[in-house]
Design a protein around this ligand. Structure first.
Ligand code: GTP
Ligand code: ZN
Length: 184
């Protein structure tokens, strides 16, 4: 990221909304926003698979569920946040992954410009690529500020997206076990 160019762009935006970028409260704002961008877009272009490098050989063949993984991402249409929780379930096939790595995977897929559907699929695809599990299922619940804060202005609506691979694709009982575990 060219820090100077980003700060200049923020300064121009401040001027164009009618603000004085030199007043005390705003003097450091271009720099703050530049640092914010580094943080919230910091995984742009980084392959999510990289987060799943710590795997262990293990003959556990029942479902593993990690629920309520919090995330904040940024809507690529409006550049404002959408945020919520991710729930992940997978059935290992000889390999398990370090649990924190699933949190890192969510962090990776959310710290970039996103749409919720793509984020959901990116998570399940990385798990398939790195673990070759018998099955994986991902559910994302999120509130979009572009829906609640502007435009249609509907406060409180939640969007739920699903992605499943392998045995979860067509086995309704397995899906129900997962939904029960996350109490959807
Ligand atoms: N499917 C999907 N749509 C999204 C997501 N985030 C934002 N959107 C939608 O992207 C669409 C962009 O629509 P446009 O008509 O191009 O933009 P707009 O005029 O600002 O639309 P409004 O939000 O309806 O005011 C909107 O319907 C948003 O609700 C997302 O994660 N998934
Ligand atoms: Zn949006």
């Amino acid at each position: 990221m060219n820090e100077g160019r980003v700060m200049e762009a923020i300064k121009i935006i401040l001027e164009e909304i009618g603000e004085d970028p030199n007043r005390e409260g705003l003097k450091e704002t271009p720099k703050r926003v530049m640092n914010l961008f580094k943080e919230i877009y910091g995984h742009t272009g980084i392959n999510p698979n990289e987060e799943l490098n710590t795997v262990f050989s293990e003959e556990h063949d029942e479902m593993v569920v990690v629920k309520d993984i919090p995330f904040h991402s940024t809507c690529e249409h409006h550049l404002i946040p959408f945020f919520g929780k991710v729930h992940i379930g997978y059935i290992p096939n000889g390999k398990i992954v370090g649990l924190s790595k699933l949190h890192r995977l969510v962090e990776n897929t959310s710290r970039r410009l996103q749409v919720q559907e793509r984020m959901t699929t990116m998570i399940s695809k990385a798990i398939v690529d790195k673990l070759s599990p018998k099955g994986v299922i991902v559910v994302v619940n999120a509130e979009h500020l572009c829906i609640s804060m502007r435009g249609i202005k509907k406060l409180g609506s939640i969007t739920t997206t699903f992605s499943s691979e392998g045995v979860f694709k067509n086995d309704i009982n397995l899906k129900n076990d997962f939904y029960h575990a996350i109490k959807l």
